[in-house]
Design a binder for this molecule. Structure first.
Ligand code: FAD
Ligand code: UDP
Length: 365
């Protein structure tokens, strides 16, 4: 049989497109995934204790886009979880992003918004242009807080100091002049009530979608017949690394199940200055699960493990652009997603890109 579409990768990008093409455009889809599961890095599963875990680190859905929220809400209800993160600084844990609440816990004294603005004004470093991830922070809060929260965490996380990384890396964290301790201020946030994997399973229910797990693109290219392809894997791999490898930051995850109801006060605790791990996630907070035991996950960043983060440096951007130029010459293959677009994208951005691509395909196919 000739499929209308081959989709490579059953992460969110691939699954949104498979769902749309099958259900909205009545196309046949062959969806191949090299791993033994769907949902990509958002994959979650119950472990032997019945506790939810996320195999590739903490994933919390959050978006400002009603379109994306409404779309995903066709396949799930949401558990209403609000994400909170604490950073271990010396002997105390303080909320991130930096806010009045952070400063009050750090310095054991009350601050008003005006006092905080004055505090930063005295310490911030003037920058005419924001050129890197360090500039973003020091131009807002100064060197002291930069050193405390960002410098070493970023080195651990990326193997690079913030001045070697694009501004977008640290722009992800706002600075707040109120006591809002939520990590994300997006109006829509939470986890799918039965998990990301269950949500994605529902997206793939159409009989027009043939899913093959444990199947690499190389196993079907040239063997299966299809009219067009959508590729959500690493773009450099698609071109057999002809121009060189796009580097990734890899993560290793160490899981522990403890005979205790609770390990830490919130879902994620960051360790900017101590230990060789960056953060610890306790999943039962995210899933609002009550259970006599708890599972936690230590996250280690390095050059081994799962390739997770495209590394946003100018040199990597140039290499990506060169691959992109090659991709643009192909009429019948579309590239979308965090790996194919080599971009530090959140889940909602990936869903939005996939929906946009579908709209484009619909009008041009
Ligand atoms: P992926 O999920 O990577 O899916 C791509 C799939 O393609 C993979 O399953 C891969 O196995 C498959 N594939 C690749 N090559 C081939 C091939 N040759 N043949 C067959 N299959 C192939 N986003 C948020 O919004 N909130 C968060 O809290 C959040 N936390 C994160 C924490 C971590 C540690 C990481 C790494 C990411 C986080 N993200 C978060 C980002 C989120 O994971 C991504 O935005 C999203 O999962 C990307 O979806 P995708 O489909 O583009 O890629
Ligand atoms: N960051 C940091 N200290 C922290 C939290 C974040 O230096 O305690 C920096 C770090 O460079 C990180 C970036 O801000 O990669 C974005 O943080 P986020 O929590 O969004 O990272 P992610 O969840 O994507 O790993």
């Amino acid at each position: 049989m000739t499929y209308d579409y081959l989709i490579v990768g059953a992460g969110l990008a691939g699954c949104v497109l498979a769902e749309r093409l099958a259900n909205e455009s009545q196309r046949t889809v062959l969806l191949v995934e090299q791993r033994e599961h769907i949902a990509g890095n958002a994959y979650d599963v119950r472990n032997e204790e019945g506790l939810f875990i996320q195999r590739y680190g903490p994933h919390i859905f959050h978006t400002k886009s009603k379109r994306v929220w409404d779309y995903l809400s066709r396949f799930t209800t949401w558990n209403g979880y609000t994400h909170r993160v604490l950073a271990q600084v010396g002997d105390r844990q303080v909320p991130l992003p930096i806010s009045l609440a952070t400063m009050e816990r750090l310095f054991d004294r009350p601050f008003t918004a005006e006092q905080l603005a004055a505090y930063f004004e005295q310490r911030r470093v003037e920058r005419s242009t924001i050129e890197n991830a360090r500039d973003v922070v020091v131009s807002q809060v100064g060197e002291e807080l930069y050193e405390l929260f960002f410098k070493n965490y970023t080195k651990k996380q990326w193997g690079l100091y913030p001045e070697q990384l694009a501004p977008e890396v640290t722009k992800r964290l706002p600075v707040r002049f109120d006591r809002d301790t939520r990590y994300f201020d997006d109006p829509y946030q939470g986890l799918p009530e039965e998990g990301f994997t269950a949500m994605v399973e529902r997206m793939l229910e159409s009989p027009s979608i043939t899913l093959r797990l444990g199947t690499d693109y190389a196993q079907v290219a040239g063997c299966e017949s299809y009219r067009r392809a959508i590729y959500t894997g690493p773009i450099d791999a698609f071109f057999d690394y002809a121009l060189g490898r796009l580097p990734y930051r890899h993560l290793r995850f160490r899981f522990e199940t403890l005979s205790a109801k609770q390990f830490q006060d919130v879902g994620v605790v960051n360790y900017p200055n101590e230990h060789d791990y960056t953060r610890i996630t306790e999943f039962k907070h995210l899933y609002l699960q009550s259970h006599p035991k708890t599972t936690i996950c230590y996250e280690y960043s390095g050059v081994e493990g799962t390739p997770c983060y495209p590394i946003p440096t100018p040199a990597n951007r140039r290499l990506y652009d060169a691959y992109r130029a090659r991709a643009n010459e192909l009429d019948n293959v579309h590239f979308v997603g965090r790996l194919a677009q080599y971009e530090y994208l959140n889940m909602d951005q990936v869903v939005e890109r996939a929906l946009d691509l579908f709209d484009w395909i619909r009008t041009s196919d």
